[in-house]
Design a protein around this ligand. Structure first.
Ligand code: NAP
Length: 352
């Protein structure tokens, strides 16, 4: 059987997330990279010359000679989908232009909270993809924009989904310890982070608080009503290269058995697992029972970086009906490039 390949482009291909896209797409069975874009600083150069490659694996041979072009739809020919790893301000300007001609699966925050733009984690709220139809009607686009949430939000919300489906959540508190790759290649100067911790990440707490409610919200008549529980986040940058760690505290309305909650989370699977999508982990949530796990260096690459690893699940004695745990999620894979690719695989499977 001949598989018809989908031509894909990567916008912002030279950056941290852009490189993950290249790595994850290099051997993809359905998506073939045909275009790479970046800023005018890189346009016109071979990808190998334009990029400071930071990943452990070597740069795939197949992309080295591709000429990077300016991030402008007129420069990008014959693509079905573009994956966007652009800074938010650039994304706000160019993603709508690309959506006139092709699908856009975006990591950027620019359009995430627009009412007709689906913000999706395929295991959590695939039904929100119905907004694509509304979006195309509203905007007259042939393509679409679908977004994935912020890297910290993705990891936490995957763990909340099976809890929310089975218990009434009253509120959630989360304290993050986020890797430096989350800020992009030029994001955090080494002098600021080595031997240190930075207790502020601009906009991150607000994103975790609103995006989580939106993802677990219900879509009815083209409108998402956010989930009704409060989320309080405190976000911090730590001297880890990849992998965000989060301490999550959940207050439920009713008493719960912690072991039962853990069992519910362990067996959780979503639509990508049912459809056996290429980038879907077999287990979106993996538990470690050792008292000193999860740790970013040891656990971030579970199932190719697409699973969220959870440990230290216990009752919280400070509040009634409460539990707490620690999670690790790979921020540039499950939290960024892998998330967008899984969104595109799902759209390709169920809509196109
Ligand atoms: P990054 O390392 O700074 O890379 C930015 C990319 O965008 C580079 O390819 C850069 O090209 C290009 N670019 C910058 N300004 C541009 C312009 N004016 N026009 C066209 N291209 C431009 O950033 P990143 O960490 O990969 O993040 C990319 C996006 O993903 C951001 O919106 C970020 O918030 C989001 N995100 C990141 C993570 C993460 O863990 N890093 C997770 C989730 C979401 P040049 O090389 O030519 O400058």
């Amino acid at each position: 059987m001949v598989i018809e390949m989908v031509n894909v482009g990567v916008l912002g291909a030279t950056g941290m997330v852009g490189q993950r896209f290249i790595q994850l797409l290099a051997n993809h069975p359905k998506f073939e990279i045909t275009a790479l874009t970046a800023s005018q600083r890189s346009a016109g150069k071979r990808y190998e010359d334009a990029t400071t490659w930071y990943l452990d694996d070597n740069m795939p041979e197949s992309v080295k000679d591709i000429t990077v072009v300016d991030t402008d739809p007129s420069q990008v020919k014959d693509v079905d989908i573009v994956f966007s790893a652009l800074p938010a301000d650039t994304a706000a300007l160019v993603e709508p232009k690309f959506a006139q001609i092709c699908g856009v699966a975006s990591n950027a925050s620019a359009m995430r909270m627009e009412p007709d733009v689906p913000l999706v984690i395929p295991e959590v709220n695939p039904e929100h993809l119905d907004l694509i139809e509304t979006q195309q009607k509203n905007r007259g686009w042939d393509g679409y924009v679908v977004t994935n949430p912020n890297c910290s939000t993705i990891a936490m919300t995957i763990t909340l989904k099976p809890i929310y489906d089975n218990y009434d959540i009253k509120r959630v508190y989360v304290s993050t310890m986020q890797a430096v790759s989350g800020a992009g290649y030029n994001g955090v100067p080494s002098m600021a982070i080595v031997d240190n911790l930075v207790p502020f990440i601009g906009g991150e707490e607000e994103k975790m608080e609103t995006e989580t409610q939106h993802l677990l919200g219900t879509l009815e008549d083209g409108v998402v009503t956010p989930a009704p529980f409060g989320v309080s986040a405190s976000c911090h940058r730590v001297a880890v290269v990849d992998g965000h760690t989060e301490a999550v505290f959940i207050e439920l309305e009713d008493p719960c058995d912690v072991e039962e909650v853990q069992a519910t989370m362990s067996k959780f699977q979503g639509l990508p697992q049912k459809l056996d999508l290429y980038s879907a982990p077999k287990n979106p949530i993996v538990f470690r029972n050792e008292e000193n796990r999860p740790q970013p260096r040891m656990d971030r690459n579970e199932e190719g970086g697409m699973s969220v690893v959870v440990g230290r699940m216990r009752r919280d004695p400070a509040f009634e009906n409460s539990l707490k745990y620690v999670l690790v999620g790979h921020n540039t894979i499950r939290g960024a490039a892998g998330a967008s690719i899984l969104n595109a695989e799902l759209i390709n499977e169920i809509i196109l």
